[in-house]
Write a protein that binds this ligand. Structure first.
Ligand code: THU
Length: 138
């Protein structure tokens, strides 16, 4: 049976996480909240660097926190992003790099991506956002 996800609550966690974003270069703050199978939530925010390439997206910060704490099973991620000091009006979807990294740790067809659309949660699967995902066969 499919687990019930409180999308609104997870999106609120993402909005809280946005407050910690470190964005001296883009001024665009993003928060993410990753839900594990057993109900834990790991928050992430974007963290920029003056040398640009080490900059981290909120989604990968949340995922790294969870993986490094031994978590292995994930149900959903909520994302909220907008210019600093503004409420999110447009949905903020994960970038291509985050889609790929997430795909290696979740079930593409059931993992939910929750973004903010006119204050309400809008939901899709990772498979919707990353068709024909690259799979590395060891
Ligand atoms: N960013 C994220 O944190 N997540 C996304 O899904 C899209 C982009 C960040 C990276 C950078 O710090 C800022 O937003 C502008 O691209």
């Amino acid at each position: 049976m499919e687990k019930k996800i409180d999308e609104k609550k997870l999106l609120n966690e993402a909005k809280e996480a946005r407050k910690n974003a470190y964005v001296p270069f883009s001024g665009f703050t993003v928060g993410a909240a990753l839900l594990t199978k057993d109900g834990k939530v790991f928050r992430g925010c974007n963290i920029e660097s003056s040398v640009m390439s080490p900059s981290l997206c909120a989604e990968r910060v949340a995922l790294s926190k969870a993986i490094s704490e031994g978590e292995k099973e994930f149900l959903a991620i909520a994302i909220s992003g907008a210019p600093s000091g503004e409420d999110a009006t447009e949905p903020c979807y994960p970038c291509g790099v985050c889609r790929q990294v997430l795909s290696e740790h979740v079930d593409l067809n059931t993992f939910r991506i929750i973004v903010e659309e006119n204050v309400n949660p809008s939901i899709c699967t990772l498979a919707d956002l990353l068709p024909n995902a690259f799979i590395f066969e060891k």
